[in-house]
Design a protein around this ligand. Structure first.
Ligand code: NOJ
Ligand code: NOJ
Length: 489
């Protein structure tokens, strides 16, 4: 039986003392346009601009403080990204993972970091087009096409990282990493659609590169490779998700159905990652690298939903198994780090790491820490989920997601349905948005002077690991886009 909205609001307050529930703000927001599909390549500047002014309307003081910090941090992050593109001493289109050249040396262009970062730049361009940003997008393409045609140790498109002069890194490394070509194909397709360029650029420059990456994905998807964290050789949920998306994007961009059948095979494989646990287990067919990831819990499953969800309910942010996994990850991190001790009373989420057994401290292996981009993945996930539920017109609770929704409505059971615009639907949406905000608040606490490195020291809360990590800033831009009601493409 469903609760009346008053009882639901009361219950929310009792059940989730952590969260300030910004009822007014979310009510204002829920009238915003959520009809822009997340897969649309061109989020128009108008829709992005109009919806981004919605949240602050009648916010509580704490809320509007967070909203203005998110605005401020978005600008800082955009500049942080641009500062790491074409840094001094690099060839055009080189996007460094971080300006840090030693301890740790992150002065490389990782295909993954670069492709995900350029999607944040694309969001900036779609929101506020400029010739300067067109140049940045095209420079990315130039650098990547060069990389695709450069000799590499793996002698394949899955070479993980490239030097500032455009040559490939030849030292020992976990290779190949086959998420890279898939992320690059999606990025180039999004760029092609956004540029809407009638010249031969799309046909002669972008299209052949996109095909090359997609054909590589078709050839390699069922082979083991290193994961996005560069540590484990196996078949990975994250890698398969970005591959599936690339193929579906490619089939539609190239009007070529031949990619669709591989996408379907991948989909069947993806379903096998949710088995006898209440969450998605990250890797199968482990065949080398780190062997201590015993739980299978990994925040990359949620990042996959954010970057590779396609609005079709298949492992999208608002889908049941993803939500279930988010709950399991939140629980495992709740008492892992000393800094999470302040989480329950202060409106701060738990700080989230890559996976519970992680040992990478940002420089070497000792004890791992929470990451900015993993913590931000939760904020983005929940705002994307809200967008998805509004577009779908309802939330359907299943066996898998019941425990997730019970955090916000103790009467939620498998089969419960919340219809858009009902009081119960609005209460859930408000509570999930409030939960999402706690992740922003957590990041705000540790982003000293707005900067974001890779990790947050688990004991002191200080920034550690590579400074000004490009991917941290890119993750902020997309999380803020989702917060503002226009998730990035
Ligand atoms: C560097 C990699 O980039 C990182 O992901 C990994 O955790 C460490 N090496 C330790 O293997
Ligand atoms: C280590 C991370 O695990 C990996 O995902 C990333 O590509 C590199 N650092 C560079 O940021």
């Amino acid at each position: 039986m469903k609760l009346s909205s008053v009882a639901a609001a009361l219950l929310l307050t009792l059940a989730t003392p952590v969260f300030s529930v910004p009822l007014e703000r979310r009510a204002a927001e829920s009238s915003g346009d959520s009809s822009v599909p997340t897969t649309s390549a061109a989020v128009s500047a108008t829709s992005a601009a109009s919806s981004s002014s919605a949240p602050v309307a009648s916010a509580t003081p704490a809320d509007s403080e967070l909203a203005s910090w998110i605005d401020e941090e978005t600008t800082f992050s955009q500049n942080g990204i641009l500062a790491n593109i074409n840094p001094e001493g690099s060839v055009t289109g080189f996007i460094t993972a971080s300006p840090s050249k030693d301890s740790p040396d992150y002065f490389y262009s990782w295909t993954r970091d670069s492709a995900l970062t350029i999607r944040s730049v694309l969001h900036m361009y779609n929101t506020s087009p400029s010739d300067d940003l067109v140049a940045v997008l095209k420079d990315f393409v130039t650098f990547q096409i060069n990389a695709m045609n450069t000799d590499t140790v793996c002698d394949c498109l899955g070479e993980p990282k490239f030097n500032a002069d455009g040559s490939s890194y030849t030292g020992a490394w976990g290779r190949p990493q086959n998420d890279g070509p898939a992320e690059r194909a999606t990025a180039m397709i999004l760029i092609a659609n956004a540029l809407n360029d009638n010249s031969s650029y799309v046909e002669d420059t972008l299209t052949p590169a996109i095909k090359q990456d997609l054909d590589y994905v078709v050839e390699t998807w069922d082979q083991t490779c290193y994961d996005l964290w560069e540590e484990v050789n196996g078949l990975h949920f994250f890698t398969l998700m970005v591959m599936r998306r690339a193929l579906i994007d490619g089939a539609s961009f190239l009007s070529d159905d031949s990619y669709t059948s591989t996408a379907q095979e991948i989909e069947t494989k993806l379903d096998s990652f949710y088995g006898d646990k209440d969450y998605i287990e990250v890797t199968q067919q482990l065949s080398g690298g780190a062997d201590y990831k015993s739980s299978g819990l990994d925040t990359s499953t949620l990042i996959a939903a954010n970057v590779a969800g396609l609005g079709d309910g298949i492992y999208t942010p608002g889908s049941d198994k993803i939500l279930a996994t988010s709950l399991a990850i939140k629980e495992v991190f709740s008492d892992l780090y000393a800094i999470n001790a302040d989480s329950n009373s202060t409106g701060l989420s738990y700080a989230i790491g890559r996976y519970p057994e992680d040992k990478y401290d940002g420089l070497g292996t000792s004890e791992a820490n929470p990451w900015f981009l993993c913590t931000l993945a939760f904020a983005e996930l929940y705002y994307r989920a809200i967008d998805e539920w509004k577009s779908a017109g309802s939330i359907e609770v299943t066996d898998a997601s019941a425990a997730f929704f019970q955090q916000f409505d103790s009467s939620a059971v498998s089969g419960t349905s919340y219809t858009a615009d009902s009081d119960d639907f609005n209460s859930i949406v408000q509570a999930v948005a409030a939960e999402a905000d706690t992740y922003f608040a957590r990041v705000q606490k540790h982003a000293s002077d707005n900067t974001m490195s890779e990790q947050i020291d688990r004991d002191s809360g200080e920034e550690v690991g590579a400074k000004d990590l490009t991917w941290s800033y890119a993750a902020f831009v997309t999380a803020a886009a989702a917060y503002n009601g226009s998730p990035s493409a």
